[in-house]
Design a protein around this ligand. Structure first.
Ligand code: GLY
Length: 369
């Protein structure tokens, strides 16, 4: 494994350097995916994925410090800075913690810390004490106060903000949000709903639906991955055993699911009726691998072995030519075959920045075992 990991990290350094050069003359743009012709699709900083590319560069700088990677990481991080004032999304954790958070961790640059403290305050504005949750998306005719399982991923940023600012408010928001999520997002088998919408006045649940899964009662692949990762972080940050139990139960659902293929890369939805004749989601595989490696450090030896064996299979699969792009191919993204929203035919079977980010994270986590 160690040779495989070194090789794929080296190749990721090359691929990300090519991506960085290709964007150099597109001011303010960030990589998003490729279109049907294979051409690069970019986004502005408002897109929820704007922080993943610089996050990947920071991880690669951590792996192999060089002035070139550092300059690229700094440059693409700054392209996201203005989002610190964005109060219209719950995704500031993805946007600012993956980019500025890794930058601050590795350089101690206080300018990065200041950006994040403003961003954390912006994010905390979306917390409604009556509901006990951060509002994920803005209200719509369908949902008054939608909370999506993905939102668990933005809590790590708020834990950081409490530690650095000394203000317990951010941490309290995380705990309240996670507790409500345990209460309302999960089914008895520990699969999760994608969207739970609340009445913002009474705080009661109004609907349980999906936006990206097969149907309201299905287990959307990436949603299960976000939940696993999110509750693993909750345990790390609080040491509260109930979050560890939640993470272990989610892991059991994923690992034990009859529709999880032998190579451990999930289909886009565990209940997609066309299985096995439907698409995989590499991003879900990468997120699960990274989460399982961390979770393996919190459980007994036998469970840790099971988690690491699944993560190893996922890393091997994602590192194979089927998923890992040749240098210069795939629009200069690292991994192929991810899914944005299958049923809307949006970003189906394409590279996505978060698949790359969590894949690199998984490689680094496995390497440091
Ligand atoms: N947070 C959006 C997604 O996972 O697609």
């Amino acid at each position: 494994m160690s040779q495989l990991i070194e090789d794929r990290l080296d190749r990721s350094v090359q691929q990300c350097a090519l991506m960085a050069s290709s964007l150099q003359n597109l001011p303010d743009r960030l990589p998003r995916s490729i279109d049907a012709t294979g051409a690069l699709v970019t986004s502005d900083s408002k897109w929820w994925c704007s922080g993943f590319f610089s996050g990947s560069l920071w991880y690669l700088y951590e792996y192999q410090p060089s002035q070139t990677v550092l300059a690229d990481a700094r440059h693409y991080t700054m392209r996201v800075e203005q989002e610190k004032y964005n109060k219209g999304t719950h995704d500031l954790g993805f946007m600012l913690y993956c980019s500025f958070g890794n930058g601050y961790r590795l350089t101690g640059d206080t300018a990065y810390r200041n950006v994040m403290l403003i961003g954390a305050e912006s994010l905390s504005n979306r917390f409604n004490p009556q509901v006990g949750c951060i509002q994920s998306w803005n209200a719509s005719p369908k949902w008054q106060f939608p909370v999506i399982i993905d939102n668990m991923m933005n809590l790590e940023f708020l834990f950081w903000a409490s530690k650095v600012s000394g203000n317990p408010k951010y941490r309290e928001i995380c705990i309240s949000h996670a507790d409500k999520t345990i209460e309302n997002h999960f089914r008895p088998d520990y699969s999760s709903y994608h969207v739970v919408s609340y009445d913002p006045v009474s705080g009661q649940v109004e609907k349980k639906n999906t936006a990206q899964g097969y149907n309201d009662e299905s287990a959307w692949g990436r949603g299960q991955a976000w939940g696993l990762y999110g509750f693993t972080v909750m345990y790390r940050e609080t040491q509260d055993a109930k979050y560890l139990e939640q993470a272990k139960n989610i892991a059991r659902f994923i690992i034990g699911h009859p529709n999880l293929p032998a190579d451990k890369i999930p289909y886009w939805d565990f209940n997609a009726p066309e299985i096995p004749n439907t698409k995989r989601d590499a991003s879900a595989g990468a997120i699960i691998a990274s989460a399982l490696i961390e979770l393996s450090g919190y459980v007994d030896k036998s469970l840790a072995k099971t988690y690491l064996s699944v993560a190893e299979t996922q890393i091997r699969t994602l590192s194979s030519p089927e998923y890992f792009a040749a240098t210069g191919d795939n629009g200069n993204f690292i991994l192929k075959h991810s899914i944005g929203t299958f049923l809307r035919n949006s970003e189906v079977d394409v590279p996505l920045t978060y698949a790359d980010y969590y894949y690199i994270e998984a490689l680094l986590r496995y390497k440091s075992l």
